[in-house]
Design a protein around this ligand. Structure first.
Ligand SMILES: [Zn+2]
Length: 404
């Protein structure tokens, strides 16, 4: 890929305009899921694959996988996204919950989460003093105890009788192709003009573009948002954005919204703030990404030729995106994860086994590639305790071509 191309092959699932799309990234035959835990290396290799062609809609700015096949993605139990085992992430989650709790006076109130996983984050609101918490997630184990109710199906307008004083949804919208449908379901759930705060958190696409972070583009994320395109989507679907901000070392976008008094017409022209700057960023990404992939492949080949043992730290989607984007999984000795539920198993489409930090004492790595630089100091401390001092290489901007 040497330059941006545009295509008109589809209607934008977020705004229904028929292209054009600015193509920023293509990855063929990548695993359709990057968080499923797999028992054997053979099953990991055989995991279903799909194609990714990421295009930025030039009408609304949402980036979409134009080849996404909803039928290929399966969020069964076993889909493991919990990062609660990391003190860095756990601290962030607690701060975010406290911020929302205070801002919206949620003491004694009913809090509703869309896509709640095992309910870890939702439970924080009960600890803070919320009266009741309800979570929807097709992959959760249903339960109802101590004020916490987990419902193992998709959030839907049909459950509106359950009500709620605060609705939030973290890291779910980017998994949806038809992004507006969920926002429409929330209107149906709440009824008109509820005034209930509706807050979402998604990865920030601007950072992915600016850092040429190809490892943050993977199959189950079929939609990507900048602050402008996220606010535009909410406006288009009858919400007013109260606040859009960057969080978590500027990796995430958080939008606080509520139902707009006057709903925009579905056919009204969309505001174009930020679209030309986004086009430039998308173009830059497309040009730099090929050089970035070459640089990383070269570094890994050099390390291996020098007989150095390479390990990845972090077995989440970034690791799958990195290994399958580069096709370098055979060069990696192992992938470390501090989450005990992931140790001993494999990631889709990837050969290295996931291990515990203590297993590094046997492997004695020379280089550790850190999938999320925010954990670098936490990882350095863990390694010091194990008596290890390998070279640490955080992914952030690493491998960026010299001319970039
Ligand atoms: Zn669009």
């Amino acid at each position: 890929m040497t330059a941006t191309t545009t295509t008109k092959i589809a209607d934008c699932p977020s705004c229904n305009v028929h292209g054009p799309f600015e193509i920023v990234f293509r990855a063929d035959r990548i695993p359709v899921n990057s968080c499923i835990l797999i028992e054997s290396v053979t099953a990991a290799a055989d995991y279903p694959r799909g194609d990714l062609l990421l295009g930025v809609c030039q009408a609304c700015g949402v980036a979409t996988n134009l080849l996404f096949d909803t039928g290929l993605v399966d969020y069964r139990p076993g889909y493991e996204v919990s990062q609660i085992h990391s003190p860095t992430f756990g601290g962030y989650a607690r701060r975010l919950a406290a911020e929302w709790f205070e801002r919206y006076n949620l003491g004694g109130k009913h809090v509703v989460e869309i896509g709640c996983g095992s309910g870890e984050f939702l439970s924080l609101f009960l600890e803070l003093g919320a009266g009741r918490a309800t979570g929807f997630d097709p992959a959760c184990a249903p339960s109802d105890a101590g004020g916490l109710r987990l419902i193992d199906r998709e959030f839907s307008a049909a459950d509106g009788q359950l009500g709620g004083d605060f609705i939030f949804c973290r890291h779910t919208l980017e998994h949806l192709h038809d992004t507006g449908r969920l926002l429409d379901q929330i209107h149906g759930y709440l009824g008109p003009d509820s005034g209930v705060p509706v807050c979402f958190e998604v990865p920030d696409f601007q950072r992915i573009l600016d850092e040429c972070a190809f490892w943050d583009i993977y199959y189950e994320h079929c939609s990507y948002f900048t602050a402008d395109s996220l606010a535009r989507l909410f406006r288009r679907h009858g919400f007013e954005a109260l606040d859009v901000r960057l969080t978590y070392a500027d990796q995430y976008l958080v939008i606080d919204a509520r139902q707009a008094a006057v709903r925009a017409s579905a056919t009204a022209p969309v505001a174009t703030d930020g679209l030309s700057a986004l086009r430039e960023s998308a173009h830059r990404f497309a040009v730099q990404c090929a050089a970035m992939l070459d640089t990383w492949s070269g570094r890994i080949a050099d390390w291996r030729r020098a007989g150095r043992t390479i390990v990845l730290w972090g077995s989440g989607s970034k690791a799958v995106g990195f290994l399958t984007g580069l096709g370098c999984d055979a060069e990696i000795a192992a992938v470390v994860d501090i989450n005990p539920a992931k140790q001993g198993v494999y990631m889709p489409g990837c050969r290295p086994q996931i291990i515990a930090p203590r297993d590094l004492v046997t492997i004695k790595p020379d280089v550790i590639l850190i999938m999320n630089p925010i954990y670098t100091e936490e990882i350095r401390d863990d390694l010091t305790r194990l008596g290890l001092a390998p070279e640490l290489v955080p992914l952030e901007m690493e491998g960026m071509p010299a001319h970039a």
